[in-house]
Design a binder for this molecule. Structure first.
Ligand code: 5GP
Length: 193
């Protein structure tokens, strides 16, 4: 997605060896026009897949997920990282190791929001080692629902996430794929859409 790649080059900052900071348009401040464009592209890829729910993980997956869900005209559900007292009924949960925070947390979705009739599109902001997406696959599997695919805003192709997910039999659509950070510069691989 050219618009996204251009924005990453303009506003993204490489931190250390393997982290991209994009807090001015995706992970902290959100550019809704760009998110709308992302929603259009991801929903177009999965328009014939019979998606009934879009699922993401809080917090930074919510913006791209909600705009994708809007175009597909289905609900968006985000997995919560902290249980709260309003989650009284059954919950589906999985442990997720966070690449950026380097801690494991339990993420949960109330079981009544997903059923065996659902066909889910997972959307997330980044794909690194695939742990967040793997946790969501586990939760969706607990509900007996099926996953039609995973839509990613920024994939770091030099990490193992895509391989892990494809080995699990899930198709991945990444709108920007970063091959490497060469001397602090971002080098793209060909994106999926
Ligand atoms: P994974 O679970 O695939 O290893 O990592 C994905 C999650 O880690 C994403 O949901 C994102 O929040 C965070 N993440 C991974 N790599 C980066 C990065 O380079 N920059 C930012 N801002 N977040 C990242």
């Amino acid at each position: 997605m050219k618009l996204l790649e251009d924005r990453i080059l303009k506003d993204g900052n490489v931190l250390g060896e393997d982290i991209l900071k994009v807090d001015s348009f995706l992970t902290h401040q959100v550019d809704f026009e760009l998110m709308q464009a992302i929603g259009q592209v991801l929903s177009h890829v999965y328009r014939e897949a019979g998606i009934t729910k879009v699922v993401t993980i809080e917090a930074s997956g919510i913006a791209p997920a909600v705009y994708t869900a809007q175009v597909l005209n289905v609900p968006m559900i985000f997995a919560k990282k902290h249980k709260n007292i309003t989650m009284t009924e059954g919950i589906l949960s999985a442990d997720v190791y966070s690449f950026t925070k380097q801690v494991t947390s339990t993420v949960s979705i109330a079981s009544h929001f997903l059923s065996a009739d659902d066909k889910v599109l997972i959307v997330d902001d980044f794909l690194a080692n695939g742990q967040a997406a793997k946790g969501l696959l586990e939760i969706i599997g607990q509900a007996g629902a099926c996953v039609a695919g995973i839509g990613i805003v920024i994939e770091k192709s030099f990490q193992d996430g895509r391989q892990l997910l494809e080995e699990a039999g899930v198709s991945v659509t990444s709108l920007a794929r970063i091959k490497e950070f060469k001397d602090g510069q971002i080098v793209f691989a060909e994106a999926d859409a």
